[in-house]
Ligand binder design. Structure first.
Ligand code: IMP
Ligand code: MG
Length: 187
């Protein structure tokens, strides 16, 4: 089904689930007694959020935010971000943990930290499943990282190519032999 699009599997399903469990346990310890709100950044963060929340053993809320970032070409986000759907929750005075699929240039996360920080949460931290540190343009503090990955375009477990393949239960590297599709990749 995905053989034409995936060159190799970077993080398999068992490794993902094991790491998500560890992250859930760490969050449960760190936020014990706090007013935790997990904020999922749609759409990429949705697979991670739904698995992570089931590994968090303390009471918490979830909320969603949808943003669109304007690209500057196939492999760059401009950092010009627009909120398509805002949070339902008022996060003032609360302990907010942003749950993201991947931090690449850091532009999107930098925008989110500024925007949500302006709403005066008690604390604001970041949990990203994947970190492409080699591509960072804007430095952003990452509190929880699932996996550090090399500079390769990846798909699956929430991450898309043209809105597809988010459903793959693993993270795979895009097969570079399909330049037409790579060019139109949604970042
Ligand atoms: P940044 O603003 O450059 O850090 O880009 C972050 C966003 O770009 C992520 O939330 C993803 O939606 C997208 N992105 C970055 N790298 C990849 C990738 O390898 N595969 C799919 N989407 C990616
Ligand atoms: Mg994303």
């Amino acid at each position: 089904m995905h053989e034409e699009i995936i060159g190799r599997i970077l993080v398999d399903e068992d490794s993902l689930q094991q790491r998500v469990k560890e992250l859930g346990q760490a969050v449960s310890v760190d936020y014990e007694g706090k007013d935790l709100v997990l904020i999922c950044v749609l759409k990429g963060g949705v697979a991670f959020l739904t698995d992570l929340m089931r590994q968090v053993t303390i009471p918490h809320e979830i909320d969603f935010m949808a943003i669109s970032s304007y690209g500057m070409g196939q492999r760059q986000s401009s950092g010009v971000v627009r909120i398509l759907m805002d949070l339902e929750a008022n996060i003032e005075g609360r302990d907010v943990l942003i749950v993201e699929d991947i931090v690449d240039s850091g532009r999107t996360m930098s925008y989110l930290l500024r925007t949500l920080g302006a709403r005066n949460p008690a604390s604001l931290c970041v949990c990203t499943l994947l970190n492409k540190a080699g591509r960072r343009v804007v430095p952003v503090p990452l509190d929880y990282i699932g996996f550090d990955i090399p500079d390769e375009f990846v798909l699956g477990y929430g991450l898309d190519l043209d809105e597809k393949y988010r459903n793959l239960p693993f993270v795979g590297v895009f097969k570079e032999a399909q330049p037409e599709q790579h060019r139109t990749a949604q970042r």
